[in-house]
Design a protein around this ligand. Structure first.
Ligand SMILES: O=C(O)CC1=NCN=C1
Ligand SMILES: [Zn+2]
Length: 417
């Protein structure tokens, strides 16, 4: 049998081949293939088997995994990828305990990034986005969701979405676009959020026609948009054919989790202060909970999303960095895996489902990303790790050794000696 690339001597292979989204106790049932080999042809997974069976394969290129862990490329289901400037100056405020929503109220936070993004050129935004996508790829991520939301005016929101579209063409990672024009209320509409939401929803036809986003998202939060405003906005987005997402129950428990289930959102994101009623409705729905523990960590919160309860009650959970310039400034999804183990009490088996097949389902890529399945895209990572338990255990570093995207080696960690 011929192959373009053969990966052999795999210590543990995680195929992650359950049909996503994987819910409840099924998240804890992980298939692990010891002593495996995988062959790749024309960018797709061609064959999965044992090292012994691989001896009949004639490959143009062979990689000896040397007993290491091999998994699908990680799926990053929630990023604010395109932004101008940075907010390191706010770190001191956070350290003094100034609440996130207070910084926003004072015109900082998201609004500080809005100012910088409106000022930034299209070229500068694209260059920054490509830089962060490179770093995500180096950390084993092969598919990324990218939101707008730092323009809060038609021109700049479209500028951001066009940057995402250009990044899709220029960068090897697969990118999924989300319109988050309803991310905050800009100063010019501070007394009239309804009119602002109309300005943003008036963009739906153009965004749909120019295929600038697949999803519409909104920040349902105190001082931002109410549950009622969010419901009307998202139902309007669905009329235009968008799937919807919600930044829900991040700081105050307004009931955004329930709203996500009610409107049939593909995902409800954050859910850090989801109530028991919210968890119940999430678990009974098809909505995936995209949990962002790095944000709770970074904002110095004592409470984390009740993801343990969500899974125990049968919900599907995904994990993401929430990469953004203010509340979770990291591309390292592996670190989030460790925080999920330590703070959310998720098992390694649940965590691996949450950063692969469930994250893929949360961005509409459940059929093509987050799994190693014959016939599917060959997005594969060889990790400097002996087994899948090692991830939450050894935290804060990058374990990626070789990242393969569409069947070709995209990144190979350079040896120091
Ligand atoms: O603070 C930011 O820039 C990103 C964010 N939006 C809603 N929560 C966090
Ligand atoms: Zn976010």
């Amino acid at each position: 049998m011929q192959a373009d690339l053969l990966i052999t001597n795999i210590g543990q292979l995680l195929p992650m081949n359950k049909q996503g989204p994987v819910k409840g106790k099924e998240m804890n049932e992980l298939e692990v293939i010891e002593g495996a080999a995988v062959s790749i042809k024309q960018g797709k997974i061609d064959w999965i088997g044992s090292v012994g069976e691989a001896s009949v394969i004639e490959a143009d290129q062979t990689i000896d995994a040397k007993g290491k862990l091999v998994t699908p490329g990680l799926v990053e289901a929630h990023t604010h990828l395109v932004f101008g400037g940075s907010r390191e100056k706010e770190m001191a405020l956070k350290q003094r305990g100034v609440p996130y929503l207070e910084i926003l109220k004072q015109g900082g936070g998201i609004l500080a990034t809005v100012h910088a993004t409106r000022e930034a050129s299209y070229e500068k935004l694209l260059q920054k986005a490509l830089f962060h996508l490179d770093r995500m790829a180096m950390h084993g991520i092969t598919t990324v969701e990218a939101k707008s939301g730092y323009g809060l005016d038609a021109e700049t929101e479209l500028k951001q979405l066009k940057v995402v579209k250009a990044a899709m063409e220029k960068h090897p990672l697969d990118i999924v676009s989300t319109f988050l024009g309803a991310h905050a209320i800009p100063p010019e509409y501070k007394d009239d959020p309804e009119s602002f939401l109309t300005v943003m929803s008036d963009l739906f036809p153009q965004i749909k026609a120019e295929n600038l986003a697949e999803f519409v998202d909104i920040f349902t939060e105190t001082g931002v948009f109410t549950v009622d405003q969010s419901r009307r906005y998202l139902l309007k987005a669905k009329e235009y054919g968008f799937d919807v997402k919600i930044h829900a129950d991040e700081i105050d428990p307004l009931g955004g989790t329930q709203l996500a289930a009610e409107v049939g959102a593909i995902s409800g994101d954050h859910l850090a202060v989801a109530t028991d009623e919210g968890i119940k409705q999430l678990a009974a729905s098809e909505t995936i909970g995209v949990i962002l523990p790095g944000t709770s960590f970074y904002l110095g919160k004592d409470t984390y999303a009740p993801a343990r309860k969500m899974i125990d009650q049968g919900a599907a959970v995904a994990l993401s960095t929430d990469f953004n310039p203010g509340s979770s400034v990291t591309e390292n999804l592996q670190l989030i895996m460790s925080i999920a183990a330590l703070k959310l009490k998720l098992s390694p088996e649940e965590i691996w489902h949450a950063v692969t097949v469930n994250a893929a389902s949360a961005i509409g890529r459940g059929e093509e990303a987050g799994s190693i399945v014959e016939g599917r895209k060959a997005d594969v990572v060889i990790w400097d790790a002996p087994n899948y338990l090692y991830f939450p255990y050894h935290y804060g570093v990058n374990h990626a050794k070789t990242v393969i995207k569409n069947g070709a080696v995209l990144y190979e960690r350079q040896a120091v000696r």
